[in-house]
Write a protein that binds this ligand. Structure first.
Ligand code: GSH
Length: 216
């Protein structure tokens, strides 16, 4: 069976992304939580799976894949019926572009408003860098959702949604006001049964005080 080597599912945004892809694809898998920043030897545990020293890592027999987006792509190839990318090549290209933008960008938002699924902070003013990241993400949402034939970024649920899910939870955690189309998108994500399962796992995950400090 596949094994997803992952971090704490309340905080580890990169771990959540392939977790969602695997769940949507209905591929059986086990998680191996390394105890990120809580358990002794967590870093060595990660290094025993990947020299990159980061989670997630997907283990499939003798193959270990690191990098969340590469794992999502592998899951899409294992389960084509799940249509983790749309059939239309133009829509697929758009999806890959925004997934890559998420994977490589938005560092101000990622550093300042860290993922914390179960937490709720008081809304507060953002730095110009964080405000610019939020504006760009809402622009991606508007452009995608106003043309999508469905509730999700590319219409049906896809890897693009796996990539942006943690950002949507950050907006909820830090009280970021959303325009109506982004509000409806967030509601559609939060209604998905496997997202509700993830929220349940996040509730029970151990606290990491240095990440909770971002709540202010
Ligand atoms: N680009 C990587 C980022 C992975 C990453 O930064 N993971 C964090 C947890 S969310 C991690 O392993 N941190 C451990 C460390 O930095 O030592 C991916 O997409 O998988």
């Amino acid at each position: 069976m596949l094994r997803l080597v992952c971090g704490n599912l309340n905080y580890s945004s990169w771990s959540m992304r392939p977790w969602l892809a695997l769940k949507h694809a209905q591929i059986p898998f086990r998680t191996y939580d390394v105890g990120l920043r809580t358990d002794e030897g967590w870093k060595e545990k990660i290094l025993s799976f990947s020299g990159a020293g980061k989670v997630p890592v997907l283990v499939d027999g003798s193959l270990s894949i690191h990098e969340s987006l590469a794992i999502c792509e592998y899951v899409a190839e294992l389960a084509p019926a799940a249509k983790l990318w749309p059939e239309d090549p133009k829509l697929r290209a758009r999806g890959r572009a925004i997934a890559c933008e998420m994977h490589s960008g938005f560092s101000a938002l990622r550093q300042t408003l860290s993922t914390n699924l179960r937490a709720r902070a008081l809304a507060r003013p953002h730095s110009p860098e964080v405000a610019a990241d939020i504006a760009r993400i809402l622009d991606i949402f508007r452009a995608s959702l106003t043309t999508a034939k469905g509730q999700f970024l590319l219409g049906e649920f896809s890897i693009a949604d796996c990539m942006f899910f943690p950002v949507v939870t950050r907006f909820r955690t830090y009280g970021v006001a959303l325009p109506p189309e982004a509000e409806a998108y967030a509601a559609a994500l939060f209604e998905l049964p496997f997202v509700q399962e993830l929220e349940g796992l996040a509730q029970d995950a151990p606290a990491i005080p240095e990440y909770d400090a971002a709540l202010g």
